[in-house]
Ligand binder design. Structure first.
Ligand code: F6R
Length: 608
């Protein structure tokens, strides 16, 4: 989604802003622009399309400035064209703004301002903010911003500059992330650490309704009452190489390959030398967890699939009723409390607007929140009562891969930990489950060696315009995830079904051209799964099976087989996910799709 970067200092402003925007591009965008102030004059440049369009346009121009703001826009209000791209400038062209989020009451404000004589150039919601700031501006930018945001309903992270006060930049946020990067004789702002990490690792996270006044050699943060607040500077420990492709053709491929290392990292963080699970940074007392009688998981997309698998794991090991909801649905439902329950939010970015809205709604109803989050310091991390970090490192490919496996791994460990707190499994059983997890990285390494084999299957089927994925039990969500991976990066229509549901309708789709990916690893429902595959075969569907090594009989029904090592049913989704990711990847590459930044998608969905 949209990205913001800003700079005050003496480095080459064009480079700082364009490199910053490039480092935000993984989030997904369809236009980009920058604005700078040089010798008291505001200038702005913007272009639809990818960043190279803007940078080639700037090549023949001289861009200078001592302060500047930049933006990558993911269109919501108004198509992706030059006029709608950010920065937006005020009527008299003295003030420029970049904005992430959505202003819900922009039409009312626009009508009111039009009656006062304001002329709007774009169809965006953002433009009203800069007009409001101009309307309130007397001689102090932060005062004008403070007044303008009082009129806004919705979410925003904004950065504003004006040629009238060229030495400062004003930023504020509500519901969308914004950070300050602290330098020496220079300062940065951004919606994402990625944009500024080559320059500084010292950051301050702005909280909702705070206003930052940034100058080259100082900064000040005020809370919503106008009181100056002192905030901790946090030092980021990862470095910018974490976001390089390191020789891989795509981030997605690099991230798929990193999965064994991610699982090893998680084990090293949460399992001690004695094989016991310890969530050191959980921030939630065991007593809060031990007493609950219902776990309510909510998440979106791939994280929701991890939640569905998490439900299976938690119910299996601790017998605690677990519900799973899609965040955009959950928040509009009745939140019925039946005693002691905890809401678990699962999110890679920790910034997904629907998931944030849910935890806020749940907190207002006095539910405690435990989050499974990858990005430390994100909104969901900071607003939850407890947290279990995914430790998957930076995930750049828009399609989530390594973080999905990290979510499954942390969920697996949590289910054991939780069951132990409730005296539902013995120490021996817990140790056995942990020991089996330790073997998974090696198993995944074996699957990764099947790359050429999987590529051949991709070659055979990449021209199909639709796919069905089926699984049962814990691997029904794996089928959903396999279908999501394929559709989001290859634009092939794909759906996931519980295999037993096929005969209730979807079987009508099957003919001799339709590839059906069947997850048939060893499980309690294996025999039933084989019968479902027979039903597909009888209708001449093309059958690609994910099966357990040593399963010879499956050859009788399968057109193509990808074998994975034999593990318990609880751990099977970790292995099944990998060939499904690889299949989707190779199909998308063969179709020449933009694997890392698929059309219309964003890495972090910060609008509801
Ligand atoms: C799919 C994908 C998305 C995200 C979803 C939630 O590959 O990445 O479906 O899983 O947008 O994002 P997070 O986990 O950041 O809340």
């Amino acid at each position: 989604m949209c990205g913001i970067v800003g700079y005050i200092g003496s480095k080459d402003i064009e480079t700082v802003l364009l490199v910053g925007l490039e480092r935000l591009s993984y989030r997904g965008y369809d236009s980009a622009g920058i604005a700078t102030i040089f010798k008291g004059e505001l200038s702005s440049w913007k272009k639809p399309g990818k960043l190279h369009v803007l940078s080639s346009h700037l090549k023949n121009l001289t861009v200078k400035g001592t302060s500047g703001i930049g933006h990558t826009r993911w269109a919501t209000h108004g198509e992706a064209n030059e006029v709608n791209a950010h920065p937006h400038v005020s009527q008299r062209k003295k003030i420029a703004i970049v904005h992430n989020g959505i202003i819900e009451n922009f039409l009312d404000i626009k009508k009111k301002l039009e009656r006062e004589g304001h002329i709007f150039r774009s169809q965006t919601d953002t433009e009203v903010i800069v007009h409001l700031i101009e309307r309130y501006y007397q001689d102090n930018l932060e005062e004008a911003v403070e007044k303008a945001v009082l009129d806004l309903k919705g979410t925003y992270a904004i950065a504003v500059i004006t040629e009238k006060e060229p030495e400062k930049m004003v930023v504020t946020r509500k519901g969308s992330p914004l950070i300050l990067g602290i330098g020496k004789d220079e300062n940065y702002i951004s919606s994402d650490i990625n944009a500024i990490i080559p320059h500084t690792k010292d950051v301050i996270y702005l909280d909702d309704n705070e206003i930052g006044i940034i100058k080259r050699d100082s900064y000040q943060i005020k809370n919503k009452n106008g009181v100056i607040v002192t905030k901790d500077i946090e030092h980021i420990t990862w470095d910018s190489e974490a976001v390089e492709k390191s020789g891989y053709d795509h981030f997605m491929l690099k991230e798929i390959t990193e999965q064994p290392a991610v699982i090893r990292t998680i084990i090293s963080k949460y399992v001690n030398e004695k094989g016991q699970i310890q969530f050191k940074d959980i921030r939630m007392p065991n007593s809060d967890l031990a007493e609950i009688n219902r776990l309510i998981i909510q998440a979106c997309g791939t994280s929701w699939h991890a939640g569905l698998i998490g439900k299976f794991l938690v119910e299996q090991t601790s017998r605690v009723l677990t519900e799973v909801d899609i965040s955009s649905e959950f928040r509009y439902k009745q939140m019925i409390s039946q005693g002691k329950e905890i809401v678990a939010a699962i999110s890679q970015s920790g910034e997904t607007a629907d998931t944030i809205a849910c935890i806020r709604e749940a907190k207002s109803k006095f539910f405690k929140i435990l989050s499974f989050v990858n990005v430390k310091g994100s909104t969901i991390d900071r607003e939850s009562d407890g947290v279990i970090y995914s430790h998957s490192g930076r995930e750049i490919g828009v399609a989530s891969t390594k973080n999905f496996l990290a979510q499954l791994t942390t969920m697996y460990l949590f289910s054991i930990y939780f069951a132990q707190l409730r005296w539902m499994i013995s120490e021996e059983k817990a140790a056995e489950m942990v020991a089996e997890l330790k073997k998974v990285p090696e198993y995944i390494e074996t699957i990764l060696t099947k790359d050429a084999e999987i590529e051949k299957i991709a070659e055979k089927y990449h021209k199909s315009r639709e796919f069905i994925f089926v699984g049962r039990g814990i691997n029904f969500p794996s089928a959903l995830e396999g279908a999501l991976k394929l559709k989001e990066i290859s634009y092939i229509h794909a759906t996931g079904y519980p295999a037993g549901e096929l005969k209730h309708g979807p079987i009508a789709l099957i003919d001799d051209k339709l590839p059906v990916v069947c997850i048939a690893t060893q499980s309690a429902t294996y025999e039933k799964m084989v019968s479902n595959i027979q039903e597909i075969k009888a209708r001449k569907g093309k059958i690609i099976v994910i099966a357990t090594e040593g399963d010879e009989s499956i050859k009788e029904v399968a057109d193509d087989i990808i074998y994975v090592p034999n593990v318990s049913e609880e751990l099977s989704p970790l292995l099944v996910a990998v060939p499904l990711q690889m299949l989707a990847y190779h199909i998308a590459v063969k179709l020449d799709c933009d694997v890392d930044q698929p059309r219309n998608l964003a890495k972090s969905v910060t609008v509801e």
